[in-house]
Design a protein around this ligand. Structure first.
Ligand SMILES: Cc1cc2nc3c(=O)[nH]c(=O)nc-3n(C[C@H](O)[C@H](O)[C@H](O)COP(=O)(O)OP(=O)(O)OC[C@H]3O[C@@H](n4cnc5c(N)ncnc54)[C@H](O)[C@@H]3O)c2cc1C
Length: 307
């Protein structure tokens, strides 16, 4: 990373700018090389300014939430990583709606809702991502989905302009949103709670959902949740088991023998190990069942790139 560019970022931003930052501790797989530069924006203006400066200097920019659904390349990121987790973190209640910044953790959103005695967020308590990442992925599980409560999203376009989109424009589908096709940095979301309830009952539901999930998860904690999307009419885990892939490994990456839909880092796994294992599982499942698996976890792709 050019020193002059870093100095420019530091001069124009009022937020932390660090160089040569290891990304492995900043994603739940615990893999990948360092970021040339890591910016942790404290305001939406920091986001717009970073975009503007990267565009001007033709430096690639990547957007990171809590890193719970990505595979960071082993060679790292030769560019700027804008990390919203630990940055944009305001959350408030206005007129019965929850307004949460893109870097608010899902767990914090659930706790905030519990404190305000409103429902619809119990299921996000155990999702290890951010509000921005949850909208980007339209996160969900058996107990709920982002699409049930989000009503509007504020996002920053690659040219630095700020936009607001309502639910009908978010194109939310199964682990899909408009932001996967049309780039936008999600800086804030407005949520409409489903109702209100006694805080003890809300707390008990959060705890019960978490306990059930944890009982199914692998004992290894370094992973990115479900690697594959649920194929229509099937369960990925069952197809993987039927294809004999449970316990299969490449390097330090292993298909969890306990939860076949998870790949875990048993220690020292590389991104290349994980990608090779994903390819092998897909090939075996296709051969065994004829079903083509697609990944839910995403390779860490640039938000802005300059070929
Ligand atoms: C143990 C475990 C359990 C999980 N369980 C579930 C589950 O039940 N349901 C589920 O849906 N997922 C689950 N996940 C996956 C993951 O937590 C979610 O997909 C989460 O929403 C990702 O959020 P994140 O902030 O970590 O995003 P990241 O992993 O940081 O990023 C994911 C993608 O979103 C983009 N992105 C992130 N933030 C923004 C933003 N503000 N603006 C624009 N783009 C952005 C990134 O560039 C990247 O492309 C699980 C993961 C783990 C490790």
């Amino acid at each position: 990373m050019h020193e002059a560019f870093v100095q420019r970022l530091r001069g124009e931003l009022a937020c932390p700018v660090a160089t040569a930052v290891p990304l492995a501790p900043l994603n739940t797989f615990g893999i990948g090389g360092p970021a040339g530069c890591l910016v942790t924006p404290g305001t939406v203006a920091d986001v717009s300014t970073t975009l503007h400066l990267c565009c001007e200097a033709r430096i690639p920019l990547y957007v990171l939430g809590a890193g719970s659904n990505i595979i960071v390349p082993d060679e790292g990121i030769a560019g700027v990583v804008l990390r919203l987790a630990g940055g944009l973190s305001e959350i408030s209640m206005t007129g019965g709606l929850i307004r949460a910044a893109g870097g608010v953790l899902d767990r914090e959103l659930a706790e905030f809702a519990w404190q305000h005695q409103v429902t619809g967020f119990e299921w996000v308590y155990d999702i290890p991502g951010t509000v921005g990442g949850a909208i980007y992925m339209n996160a969900g599980n058996n107990d709920g989905e982002v699409s049930q409560t989000v009503v509007a999203v504020t996002w920053v376009a690659p040219d630095g302009t700020i936009h607001e989109s309502e639910l009908s424009d978010l194109e939310l589908g199964y682990r899909q949103s408009r932001f996967q096709g049309t780039p936008g940095i999600i800086v804030e979301a407005l949520f409409q709670p489903l109702g209100s309830d006694d805080p003890d009952r809300i707390r008990r539901r959060m705890a019960a959902i978490q306990a059930l999930r944890q009982s199914k998860f692998p004992p290894e904690t370094l992973c990115a949740g479900s690697i594959f999307k649920r194929p229509p009419g099937h369960f990925a885990g069952r197809l993987i088991e039927a294809a004999g892939c449970g316990g299969m490994g490449v390097g330090g990456a292993l298909v969890s023998p306990k939860h076949k839909g998870f790949i875990v880092n048993t220690g020292g796994a590389t991104a290349a190990d994980v990608l090779r294992l994903i390819a092998e599982v897909k090939a075996r499942v296709l051969e065994d069942s004829g079903v083509q698996l697609t990944t839910e976890v995403v390779s860490f792709a640039p938000f802005l790139s300059f070929a």
